[in-house]
Design a protein around this ligand. Structure first.
Ligand code: ADP
Ligand code: ZN
Length: 293
């Protein structure tokens, strides 16, 4: 089986072809320019390829409600030129096959549940901590949509007493994304995260905020795994700090061995590494194919 995948990010698009095992055969990447240029490049990449399904994991906000007139659209994004763009409709003009469509992070959660760190489990939550914070939610075997789709990157967090940075979210200032995404680190300390030493106080702050978000996630959804990806999570020293923050905040309340004894296998990096997003698109294509749509 051959599946096409499109991972659409705010800065770059990755297109690839893979199979039902999540193995990638080839891929390319190009900048997220205007929709006209992007659709042209997508068509060029897949031209002449024999595919059984296509999957799209995209930045948002997007419309994932199949009953909606704007299903398959990127909706209220602030990204210039991309507001109210019918992504699925454009692709359907070119590709006559099942096409899966969801957020990039829901795709990544599904891919990790299908092939990666949460393989065989019925639930997992996927966080990406990069230019923003995005959260994909896979519960009882399904991706969660609800009203729109989860936007847990914007949940409120309690401020660290020593943190005077006001936060950079244009809607909420100091929501999780506003204080913990890559740009928050850069604005707070004046240099990019990868230039800070492993012992820098930035990582304690980062763990303080991400740990709170994970506690809320655990209490609300009780996921079987929490996977943390994205550029900022390349700082591997964050994992033990976040796990400690989660354990100390929960304070023994959630009596499960995954938290009490095996938290290092519970809060983990993506097994699919930096391919989690593209594999997410493949997994969305595979899901659509299997559903017979
Ligand atoms: P995007 O969110 O655009 O898909 P990334 O996940 O790579 O891309 O996130 C980019 C953000 O992550 C930037 O703010 C960048 O400074 C930060 N970042 C990338 N790599 C690292 C790193 N190794 N350590 C700390 N921060 C990083
Ligand atoms: Zn926000």
């Amino acid at each position: 089986m051959r599946i096409g995948g499109i991972e659409a990010g705010g800065t770059k698009i990755i297109c690839g072809i893979g199979n039902e095992k999540g193995q990638i055969e080839k891929k390319i990447s190009f900048p997220t320019e205007s929709p006209e240029i992007v659709f042209e490049k997508i068509n060029q990449f897949f031209a002449g390829e024999q595919l059984d399904a296509l999957g799209v994991g995209t930045f948002g906000p997007i419309d994932v409600n199949r009953k909606s007139a704007t299903y398959g659209y990127i909706t209220s994004t602030p990204k210039p030129g991309w507001k109210n763009i019918d992504v699925l409709g454009e692709l359907k003009k070119q590709f006559n096959m099942p096409i899966g469509f969801d957020t990039d992070v829901n795709g990544a959660a599904l891919a990790e549940a299908t092939w990666g760190s949460a393989q065989g489990l019925n639930s997992c939550v996927y966080y990406t901590v990069g230019t923003g914070v995005g959260v994909g939610v896979f519960v009882e075997g399904s991706l969660v949509h609800g009203l729109l789709h989860p936007e847990a990157g914007h949940i409120p967090v309690k401020r660290h007493p020593a943190d005077s940075f006001e936060g950079f979210c244009p809607y909420h200032k100091d929501c999780l994304e506003g204080v913990a995404a890559g740009p928050a680190i850069e604005k707070r300390f004046g240099v990019k995260g990868h230039e800070l030493g492993k012992e820098h106080e930035a990582w304690q702050l980062e763990a303080y905020y991400l740990g709170q978000a994970l506690v809320s996630t655990i209490l609300l959804l009780s996921p079987e795994r929490i996977i943390l990806g994205g550029g900022v999570m390349h700082q591997e020293q964050l994992f033990p700090l976040i796990r400690e923050q989660v354990r100390s905040t929960l304070n023994g309340y959630v009596q499960h061995q995954m938290i009490l004894e095996q938290i290092d296998q519970y809060i983990i990096p993506p097994a699919l590494g930096d391919d989690a997003g593209l594999c997410g698109a493949l997994a969305l294509g595979l899901q659509e194919y299997k559903a017979g749509r």
